[in-house]
Design a protein around this ligand. Structure first.
Ligand SMILES: C[S@@+](CC[C@H](N)C(=O)[O-])C[C@H]1O[C@@H](n2cnc3c(N)ncnc32)[C@H](O)[C@@H]1O
Length: 171
């Protein structure tokens, strides 16, 4: 049986686990708009078919979509969007940094694949004043442990959690 958490969605992610674009637009976008550095660069990590980047592409200067599965989707064909057929692990070595990093439905796949190595890789990708936005299933009990990042959690719907991670204050 295919684990949909590990695969790109074939259409709009119109499953309970996927949260379709109408849901993301109504429930996630308002939080993104109030917490993000709009106009700056963004990383869509585990971008699937690019449906999320097509939603946010007007809000950011440039968007890099890292997705190892080749969907050849039109969602990636915008001037400010770049799709890289890579995994997080292969991309992080290139030392890019982003002001905004999105893991929309992809955290579980990455957590399973990288375990304790996941947060150190995310920290390397994050610009010093940047933020990481993670949309997860609230019922799956993820852990957001990082030495240098702190998380705030917004329950957007009873089964959908938006986690925002940013650097801990240093006094
Ligand atoms: C449940 S899908 C979510 C897709 C997309 N974010 C969306 O909302 O439509 C999870 C995605 O993570 C991708 N993925 C799995 N392992 C990955 C890795 N090591 N690096 C980057 N992406 C990965 C999968 O190929 C899949 O497209």
């Amino acid at each position: 049986m295919i684990d949909r958490n590990l695969q790109p969605y074939d259409a709009d992610g119109d499953t309970k686990g996927g949260r379709n674009l109408a849901f993301i637009s109504a429930h996630i976008m308002p939080h993104i708009e109030s917490h993000c550095a709009l106009g700056y660069n963004a990383l869509d990590l585990g971008a699937g078919n690019g449906r999320f980047c097509s939603l946010i592409r007007h809000s950011f200067g440039s968007i890099v979509c890292v997705e190892p599965v080749d969907t050849q989707h039109d969602n990636f064909k915008y001037p400010n969007v770049t799709w890289l057929k890579k995994t997080l692990e292969t991309y992080v070595g290139e030392n890019p940094t982003f002001v905004n990093i999105f893991l929309i439905g992809s955290f579980l796949a990455l957590e399973r694949e990288y375990g304790d190595k996941l947060f150190p890789m995310l920290e390397r990708l994050l610009f010093p004043s940047g933020k990481i936005f993670i949309m997860v299933d609230a019922n799956q009990g993820h852990s957001f442990e990082s030495d240098i990042l702190v998380s705030s959690q917004i329950l957007v719907e009873k089964d959908t959690l938006l986690v925002i991670m940013e650097r801990k204050c240093q006094y």
